[in-house]
Design a protein. Structure first.
Length: 286
């Protein structure tokens, strides 16, 4: 600031006696813009002048949503310290944690969790885990699972996080979910993750899903099996043809059955069993 310059003062309609006040409806504001563009100094000046950090746009978007969507960790920290509502929801039901996950920002996710952000939202809305799978960040997916994210959270549009990871062909994310115990045959309109893998014609994804127990005979709401979505004589078609003819081994069937019985958190549970180390590694897909 130049010598003798007047101190920054927020417009009267943006100042609030209580920084944590909520319910203030406004159009896009300077605090939103500063948060979105990562202007740390500008944001700090606004906060110090008394701007309410929980101002919302007509879409219920808060400055914290804006900062998280762009992965601006310093802005996120300033807003949270100033009393930003960590679980505020926009018109689509997304929280700042959803936005940080969509941005693939591991640091923002960690900070939000430290401030008590919920990893599991109400039923039938996209969860932070869904968003992390969309962004393709396996590290974010792993962290959210470690913090208790529901592997079977169901969104009415996307299905489960595994559906999302497979539809976007994020193999690393899909594997993290499967190893953690995600249900490989969970269905959205009878459509499984294997149907998604067939539609995107990803042979590696198909092989991984089958290895974790994917049902090649599952039928969707159109009566089609995964192989029906592959081109004749294509690599994926030949892959399905092989699996449809080749029965699983007894060891594989036992592994899948044990993992199914253990459910979410299967890896941690496996290592508590009184079985040989080699079997633990096999069941844990390690």
């Amino acid at each position: 600031m130049e010598t003798g310059a007047a101190p920054f003062t927020a417009p009267a309609d943006l100042r609030s006696p209580l920084i944590g006040d909520i319910g203030n409806w406004a159009d896009r504001t300077p605090v939103h813009d500063a948060s979105r563009s990562g202007q740390v100094c500008q944001l700090k000046q606004l906060i110090d002048s008394g701007v309410c950090v929980n101002l919302v746009t007509v879409d219920s978007i808060t400055p914290l949503h804006e900062a998280c969507l762009q992965g601006h960790i310093q802005c996120v920290n300033l807003l949270l310290v100033a009393g930003a509502q960590v679980d505020a929801r926009n018109i689509d039901g997304s929280t700042p944690l959803c936005d940080a996950s969509a941005a693939g920002s591991l640091e923002c996710i960690k900070l939000l969790l430290e401030y008590g952000a919920k990893v599991n939202p109400p039923l039938y809305t996209a969860s932070p885990l869904h968003e992390a799978c969309m962004s393709g960040s396996a590290d974010c997916v792993k962290l959210l699972i470690e913090m208790g994210a529901n592997l079977e959270a169901h969104d009415c549009h996307f299905g489960t996080p595994l559906h999302v990871a497979c539809a976007r062909e994020h193999l690393d994310c899909a594997r993290v979910l499967l190893v953690a115990g995600a249900k490989v045959n969970a269905a959205k309109l009878h459509e499984t993750a294997l149907h998604h893998a067939a539609k995107v014609k990803n042979k590696d994804l198909i092989e991984m899903l089958v290895d974790f127990g994917g049902n090649v005979y599952a039928r969707d709401n159109r009566g089609k099996s995964p192989s029906d979505y592959s081109w004749p004589n294509s690599p994926t078609a030949k892959c399905f043809e092989y699996y449809e003819k080749m029965p699983r081994s007894l060891s594989q069937l036992c592994r899948l059955k044990l993992r199914e019985a253990l459910g979410q958190g299967v890896v941690e549970k496996v290592y508590k069993l009184n079985i040989p180390q080699r079997l633990m590694e096999y069941v844990a897909y390690n």
